[in-house]
Design a protein around this ligand. Structure first.
Ligand code: C2E
Ligand code: MG
Ligand code: MG
Length: 410
């Protein structure tokens, strides 16, 4: 597939040692690694990359694609009675999805850890050319170099000026809205505002690349103000249609801890005649706030003004027990990775049920994110998720499309 896409130079290695020697000689953009039962090199490669990077042997961390065949493997549990065939007894068996013998959940959590350590990891199904193309495109965006900039320049360095320009002039920026639904009645009960950025040379930049750069450049408050402006625009248009649903805007802890944040935001809502209950702030955890006391005070001040606070990506974020015990949230958004795994792994249902119970104990509402599969909606409802968001329900929409969608709901 890579040859057909005329990706070159291409090199292939049978052992980790050979690959390590090659990596120490030059820059590599992407490593494709087969995940198969007889070989754990793909998994061990993470620590090799980490070590080489830390010791300065790597100019650039390559992206790592794990590829393999997936299969369902029966997990025998203690106490299971085996049938005569030697297979675990039907009804007592937990089936787990594996790639090359490794449970997908384990691969996914390893990939999350790797991403946190700065190594871009993708998990791809064998033969899925479209997914491979998308992953290559994203990896090349990360690693693109042009002649005018130093060789080790990353996407971040290349895009800095353009991002500053986009945020100050609005050029190339768009704002989209994804509805949230009551999972039983399918009524729209809210929406989340999301930013989109089209780079002049690189095209659409996924927020997963853009937001870390925004944070690194300290432009988070500026981005927040732009999204908030669009959220207010939508709220006013909805009010005109006699529809008052809350609109959620993502904000890092750093943004929410800005001095006078709550007062200024409340004054802006008052200024346009909107109730503060209509704006929800989703605490994203991409920049964890080390000073939990400050964060706790800031969130309390924001809630005191009537805004709702939601904890985004509940279950995978960096929220410590301390934070969860000391701060009450109006809402917790169960991360899409659990929701997408529902129906594939029996453990996801248990995790979701645990998160829902936790949220209930904290008297917070629950939103299930990333619902891609219609068939998981009744399961989510049974597990206690009353509200959900995801492609199976509605994709994020431009302002006009969203307003049209909302009018049709009436
Ligand atoms: P998030 O806040 O958890 O947003 C939900 C993400 O899930 C969005 O990705 C949305 O497009 C995507 N999504 C919705 N339904 C589905 C689904 O069924 N399947 C899958 N796979 N994904 C779904 P997006 O827009 O790419 O944003 C990614 C993250 O970037 C967001 O995660 C949020 O943390 C951050 N982000 C996006 N827009 C903004 C923004 O305006 N400000 C800030 N600070 N962060 C933003
Ligand atoms: Mg969010
Ligand atoms: Mg989320």
């Amino acid at each position: 597939m890579l040859k057909a896409d005329s990706i070159k130079p291409l090199a292939s290695f049978a052992t980790l040692g050979e690959l390590e020697a090659y990596l120490s000689k030059g820059t590599v953009d992407v490593i494709l690694c087969q995940i198969c039962p007889a070989c754990d090199a793909g998994l061990l490669l993470l620590s090799v990359l980490n070590r080489m990077h830390k010791s300065g042997q790597l100019e650039q961390l390559p992206s790592l694609f794990w590829m393999g065949e997936t299969s369902m493997i029966a997990l025998a549990r203690p106490g299971d009675v085996s049938c005569a065939s030697g297979l675990p007894a039907i009804g007592k068996t937990a089936w787990i999805k594996c790639m090359g013998g490794v449970p997908m959940t384990a691969l996914e959590s390893l990939a999350r850890l790797a991403r946190a350590a700065g190594i871009h990891v993708e998990i791809l199904h064998q033969g899925d050319a479209m997914a491979l193309n998308d992953a290559l495109r994203a990896a090349l965006l990360i690693h693109t170099k042009i002649d005018a900039v130093p060789a080790q320049a990353t996407f971040d360095a290349l895009a800095e000026d353009e991002l500053i320009n986009a945020l100050t002039t609005g050029e190339g920026l768009r704002f989209v809205f994804q509805p949230q639904f009551d999972l039983l009645s399918r009524r729209v009960v809210g929406a989340e505002a999301l930013v989109r950025w089209k780079h002049q040379r690189f095209g659409d930049i996924p927020p997963s690349l853009m937001i870390p750069l925004v944070n690194r450049l300290g432009l988070d408050l500026l981005l927040f103000s732009l999204v908030e402006m669009w959220a207010i625009k939508v709220m006013l248009a909805l009010k005109h249609e006699n529809c008052q649903i809350p609109i959620a805007v993502n904000a890092s802890a750093k943004t929410l801890c800005t001095p006078q944040f709550a007062e200024r935001l409340a004054a802006r809502m008052r200024g346009v005649g909107l109730s503060t209950r209509l704006l929800k702030l989703e605490l994203t955890e991409d920049v964890p706030e080390p000073d939990e006391l400050l964060l706790s005070a800031a969130l309390t001040a924001i809630r005191a003004k009537g805004f709702q606070i939601s904890l985004d990506d509940f279950g995978v974020g960096a929220a410590t027990m301390n934070l969860l015990v000391n701060i009450s949230f109006d809402e917790m958004k169960i991360d899409g990775s659990f929701v997408r795994a529902l129906g594939e792994y029996s453990s996801s249902g248990k995790v979701i049920s645990g998160l829902v119970n936790w949220a209930r104990l904290m008297t917070a509402n629950v939103v299930a994110e990333g619902i891609e599969d219609e068939s998981t909606i009744p399961m989510l409802h049974r597990l206690g998720c009353r509200v959900g968001q995801g492609y199976a329900l509605a994709r994020p929409m431009e302002f006009d499309d969203f307003m049209m969608f909302m009018k049709k709901q009436k």
